[in-house]
Design a protein around this ligand. Structure first.
Ligand code: ADP
Ligand code: ASP
Ligand code: MG
Length: 470
């Protein structure tokens, strides 16, 4: 069976882990599978590259150079530990050094000009996956397996030119992936492809959004019609809450694509929800598994009809680093198009709206936005809406968080909302805004950021822990 095996940042975090990933691929081959491997940047390399870009932009060349030095040490060390065979290792050490030299030059250029464009940032970010991927390919080759490293561009992943959040052009990508990798996989060669990075139609490197390697995995899986997509990570699977907030969070053995998409949207695993849409449309099961405990089967994300019933609320999540903006004014009542105008302005300001609520009296519209979009969104709303008569004020509230309960069992079960808000009130947490998705797969609301963990724990105790006992 063809199988995508995607390894996240921690799963290729050092030489030993890359070795372990290679052994998991080798085991799949030994079972008769035909794997396609997708690799993320090692650990926090993407964050380190982002920080290096900022240092360079501010002209702090020495700090950017220090970041490159740390990245260099980690990668050269990983090559030495993960790739045992002498000739493969020596070749890889020299190409890795060349790439690191190129990275240093690019950052020097940015520092010199003092300008960082989204395009040059994406070029710098592309080094993360371009450095890590050949090491896993080398570790496989050193075991005598026929592996071949590809960048997303070489494999055929084509996107638009929205640097930083580029969207794959699905039809062309599918065609090219089939053409370039199809026969290769069938013949037993293992393509090892960079996650997260691709190229636009001019061949310029792009990145497809944070956590994008999962998306690369499902693109490949859908194009090559694999039997299963495995996302190898550092957790046993998707859990009933973030384990850092609820230490006794439970493993969810099965979830529907729709439930997992809601979870992805609300921040469990930094996975783009679009990734699961690809798998869902193609009907390919996705399995989240733990590299450190490969004997466990993880979480299967499958079609809703095949999911066995679980608790009403399966998981409780929170999104931090968000803010609220309320646009209000008595003159908004009954004036058509005010809401459309608000969303137009937010779209132009590239502020991604996470939640919306409108008072039934129509005198206010409240939206939840990522914190880093708050300044530009509020400025744009003030410029675009005030002074026209209808809108009296634009008010912002920072330091809030979204808390969400997700589970298909909420649909058609009366009284869930009452239980949710009683539990939250019982924990002494004040709710600022409420929304329920039309899918009825989630109930989400906004609280002060400082209260978010308390609300999550109260809801986990009310629903997940209790349903498990009863
Ligand atoms: P990878 O690097 O393998 O892609 P991510 O860092 O994107 O992994 O996602 C895994 C992390 O997501 C875990 O280490 C865990 O801390 C965090 N996480 C947050 N909420 C959840 C949840 N509900 N279930 C599983 N993991 C979660
Ligand atoms: N390296 C990228 C990131 O950190 C992509 C990924 O890990 O999926 O966001
Ligand atoms: Mg990830």
């Amino acid at each position: 069976m063809k199988r995508v095996m995607k390894f996240g940042g921690t799963s290729v975090g050092d030489g030993e882990r890359i070795e372990r990933a290679a052994s998991l691929v080798a085991a799949a081959v030994a079972r008769g599978d035909l794997p396609l491997v997708v690799v993320s940047a090692m650990n926090d390399t993407t964050d380190d590259l982002l920080a290096a870009c900022e240092h360079a932009r501010r002209g702090r060349h020495d700090q950017a150079a220090q970041a490159v030095h740390r990245i260099a040490t980690a990668h050269l060390d990983a090559v030495r530990r993960a790739v045992r065979e002498g000739a493969v290792r020596d070749g890889l050490l020299s190409t890795t050094r060349e790439q690191l030299g190129e990275l240093e030059k690019v950052l020097t250029g940015i520092a010199f000009v003092g300008e960082l464009t989204p395009r040059s940032r994406d070029f710098v970010l592309s080094f993360g996956e371009r450095l890590s991927t050949p090491i896993l390919a080398g570790a496989l080759a050193a075991r005598g397996l026929p592996a071949r490293a590809f960048t997303g561009k070489e494999a055929g992943i084509l996107t638009d030119s929205r640097f930083g959040e580029a969207r794959p052009l699905v039809a062309s990508t599918r065609h090219q992936l089939r053409e370039r990798l199809g026969a290769l996989v069938e013949s037993g060669t293992i393509p090892v492809v960079t996650g997260f990075i691709a190229a636009d139609q001019h061949g310029t490197p792009t990145t497809i959004g944070r956590g994008g390697s999962d998306f690369t995995a499902t693109l490949l899986g859908a194009a090559l019609e694999v039997g299963e997509i495995e996302l190898w990570s550092d957790v046993d699977g998707l859990l009933s809450a973030d384990p850092r907030v609820v230490p006794d969070a439970r493993l969810l053995e099965e979830l529907s694509y729709a439930e997992a998409m809601e979870m992805a949207f609300f921040g469990a695993k930094t996975m783009p929800p679009g990734a699961l849409e690809m798998a869902s449309e193609a009907g390919i099961p996705v399995r989240v598994r733990n590299c450190a405990r490969p004997e466990r089967t993880g979480t299967a994300i499958i079609e809703a009809q095949k999911v066995h019933a679980g608790s009403i609320v399966k998981t409780v999540l929170s999104i931090r680093k968000v803010g609220l903006v309320t646009v209000s004014g008595g003159g908004m009542a009954g004036v058509p198009g005010t809401a459309a105008r608000v969303f137009d302005i937010l779209g132009e300001a590239r502020a991604n709206v996470l939640m919306v609520s409108q008072g039934s009296s129509e005198v206010n519209i409240t939206v939840v936005l990522p914190s880093d979009a708050m300044d530009r969104a509020v400025n744009a709303l003030e410029l675009g809406m005030l002074g026209g008569g209808a809108v009296r004020e634009v008010v912002r509230e920072d330091d809030v968080a979204i808390v969400a309960c997700v589970g298909a069992g909420m649909k058609g079960t009366p009284g869930v909302a009452a239980r949710v808000f009683t539990a939250v009130a019982g924990a002494g947490v004040n709710v600022h805004m409420i929304a329920q998705g039309s899918s009825e797969l989630n109930i989400s609301f906004v609280v002060r950021e400082a209260d978010a963990d308390r609300a999550v724990r109260a809801l986990h105790a009310e629903f997940v822990a209790r349903d498990a006992k009863g």
